[in-house]
Design a protein. Structure first.
Length: 304
């Protein structure tokens, strides 16, 4: 299969950035990958380590750099740079440190790659997605946060263990904040055309969601950071964009009178393709789910 020539930049080459890069070279969809960070010596090692596996993979040009000039012409820019969440911290606790870091990065992105689709991974992802959107000055679909894609994947995994089926066959979303104010859209969830609530008790679904919501805290306590699953998320999101897959993913997006809310970013199911988010979906929410969405908006607005 012939691929269109494309260029993807990853800014921030720590564990999340490099796991994303590793997942991407295995996805086989990127022609040129730019790894941009602060340490030229460390980046050189990362570049070589990826290149040495390319004999078995889709040919990809990997370029490590500390110079923002090298991101010119990027189709997609991924931002993973920032302070990582530590044990006992919430994602929102990272706000002050990471807003400053991301503002500095976005000034360079706006100057050197103004036509790129920007994918925000750094936490708190919803706050930073909205700030990047403000700085980019582009239509909202061009700046996307990874949002609750991972939360949703975690929920579907735990539901799949109960239902004894592939998580790919479960249509259930976690919406709202990527964090403690997320919520499962239980009443619109379905499996094989049947309502999820006809196959599981609501308490069982909530228990699966709770495991998904608290997963990061457990993983951070166990091994210090989460990076494999989010690396897969980033790779999948970029693949969706580059292949114009028109897939529905719960990404973080600036709201424009969605459910009556604006001037904030959070996750809703969106159709994602070559132009980023091409349509925002509005699943029917129960009264309780709408209340939870409002609580999420209030919590995020405190930080914005």
């Amino acid at each position: 299969m012939k691929h269109n020539v494309n260029k993807v930049t990853i800014i921030g080459c720590g564990k999340v950035g490099m796991t994303s890069a590793y997942s991407l070279v295995h996805a086989g969809v990127v022609n040129t990958m730019i790894l941009l960070g602060r340490s030229a010596e460390s980046l050189e090692g990362e570049e070589l380590d990826l290149e040495h596996g390319l004999s078995f993979l889709h040919p990809t040009e990997v370029i490590s750099t500390t110079d923002y000039d090298d991101i010119k012409g990027s189709d997609v820019v991924v931002i993973t740079a920032g302070a990582a969440q530590k044990e006992g911290e919430t994602r929102l606790d990272l706000t002050q440190k990471n807003v400053k870091i991301v503002e500095g990065i976005m000034k360079q992105v706006v100057e050197h790659a103004p036509n790129a689709i920007v994918i925000m991974v750094t936490n708190p992802v919803d706050i930073l997605t909205y700030r990047a959107f403000e700085m980019m000055g582009k239509p909202r679909g061009r700046v996307i946060g990874t949002g609750t894609i991972l939360d949703t994947a975690r929920l579907r995994f735990h539901l799949s263990k109960h239902l004894k089926m592939s998580p790919k066959s479960i249509h259930a979303y976690v919406l709202g904040e990527h964090g403690d104010h997320s919520f499962p859209a239980i009443h619109s969830a379905s499996v094989g055309g049947e309502e999820l609530l006809s196959l599981m008790e609501e308490e069982e679904i909530v228990a699966a969601y709770t495991m998904a919501r608290d997963a990061a805290y457990k993983i951070i306590k166990s091994k210090g950071a989460t990076y494999y699953a989010i690396g897969s998320v980033v790779s999948n999101l970029i693949t969706t964009i580059l292949k114009d897959s028109q897939s529905i993913l719960p990404v973080s997006i600036p709201l424009e009178d969605d459910y009556g809310f604006s001037e904030i970013a959070l996750s809703l199911p969106c159709i994602v393709g070559k132009d980023g988010v091409e349509r925002v979906m509005h699943p029917q929410l129960s009264e309780e789910e709408y209340r939870q969405l409002g609580e999420c908006v209030d919590a995020l607005r405190e930080y914005i």
